[in-house]
Design a protein around this ligand. Structure first.
Ligand code: PCA
Length: 212
């Protein structure tokens, strides 16, 4: 039986909601299998999110891990191509921690590429009618940290895949003037992304690159 771990985040930076946490709960509510879907909402703290994610991976041994988080200001749903081994926090996390220039895992590679098929995921989200594009930076805050931790934890498990999807604000809760998508669209996009991550064995051989 294929097991999928899908995570979102609790609110942070003074926001009342986080669309990633709301969306993964909705994906769980509508999931009809046949794969086993484990859904969890992680705290926005470097240390506790890392520990919780590793414990979930140890306990469930998922075949596919997809973590998700909010990238306020983005206009599209964005599968991330790369996680870097660096924590450099512009704002404190929800425990007040604000690491600067700290490796996530001492001695680990400088970066990991996503092992889920990011181009196929973006294409699947587009086909579901939701604007989507591959992103080449997950930032240096808790989302990048969790993506790096997921890739590090699954690096030596043959066949295991891991990745991260950043979502825009949900229209229902977006700050005035911020780009957003209806929460239903974010939910549909994540369902399509999870499905592609399970079903597509080799990523699309098309460019999803950027000039800057
Ligand atoms: N977004 C933040 C952390 C939690 C979240 O939802 C980030 O992009 O790092």
């Amino acid at each position: 039986m294929t097991t999928v771990l899908l995570t979102g985040f609790e609110p942070f930076a003074g926001d009342a909601t986080n669309p990633s946490g709301d969306a993964v709960r909705a994906v769980a509510a509508g999931w009809s299998g046949p794969e086993e879907l484990i859904v969890e909402v992680l705290p926005v703290t470097f240390d506790r999110a890392d520990a919780q994610l590793r414990a979930l991976i140890d306990r469930h041994r998922p075949d596919v891990v997809i973590a998700t988080g909010l990238a306020g200001g983005r206009t599209q749903v964005t599968p991330e191509r790369v996680a870097i081994n660096l924590a450099d926090a512009r704002i404190p996390d929800n425990d007040g921690a604000q690491p600067v220039d700290r490796p996530i895992v001492e001695g680990a590679p400088a970066a990991y590429f996503a092992t889920v098929p990011v181009k196929a995921m973006a294409a699947a989200m587009g086909e579901a009618g939701v604007p989507a594009a591959v992103s080449y930076s997950a930032g240096t805050f808790v989302c990048n940290h969790v993506m790096f931790a997921a890739l590090h934890a699954t690096a030596s498990t043959p066949g295991a895949r891991a990745g991260f999807v950043h979502v825009p604000y949900a229209s229902e809760d977006a700050p005035a003037g911020a780009p957003s998508l209806p929460l239903d669209d974010i939910v549909r996009a994540l369902e399509s992304a999870v499905r592609a991550a399970i079903d597509v064995p080799t990523d699309l051989a098309v460019s999803a690159g950027t000039l800057h």
